[in-house]
Write a protein that binds this ligand. Structure first.
Ligand code: AMP
Ligand code: ZN
Length: 136
């Protein structure tokens, strides 16, 4: 299914031009218009899924291998030392475009800190784990 109001559906299916680095039957991989680092790419499924919870399992199984392929290509071609695979679900998690996408962010030696957090402490860890477990 495509969503006619979704910009990533239009980009993924070639209706809007993009800087495409890879395409197959299921995905288009494009450069992010507001890159966190040079080469920052987005893996877009050609079908519309709002987030990871809606993803078709067959499509989902192809995303990590594709992320690895793109990241390895970035290391060879751009000279980055590593890369992050980042994926946001819901506005509270920073998702701004409601069409599933996986960020592939090249990381360069001496580059800026990103995708980081300050470790905290959960005093009710057993209760927290039990709550999540009971909902699965
Ligand atoms: P997220 O915050 O995870 O939803 O990420 C959305 C990403 O899409 C951001 O990094 C934006 O810079 C990027 N973005 C938004 N519109 C476009 C577009 N038309 N072409 C390429 N990247 C886009
Ligand atoms: Zn879409």
């Amino acid at each position: 299914m495509k969503d006619t109001n979704c910009i990533f559906c239009k980009i993924a299916n070639g209706e809007i031009p993009s800087s495409t680095v890879y395409e197959d039957d299921d995905f288009r991989v494009i450069l992010d218009l507001g890159p966190a680092a040079k080469g920052h790419a987005l893996i877009l499924p050609k079908e519309h899924y709002k987030d990871v919870c809606e993803l078709d399992e067959t499509v989902a199984a192809k995303i990590l291998p594709l992320g690895a392929k793109i990241g390895a290509g970035m290391k060879k071609s751009l000279g980055c030392a590593g890369f992050n695979l980042v994926q946001n679900n819901g506005a509270a998690a920073g998702q701004t475009v409601l069409h599933f996408h996986m960020h592939v962010i090249p990381r360069y030696e001496g580059g800026p800190e990103m995708v980081t957090w300050t470790p905290g402490k959960d005093e009710e860890m057993a209760d927290t784990a039990a709550k999540i477990k009971s909902a699965l």
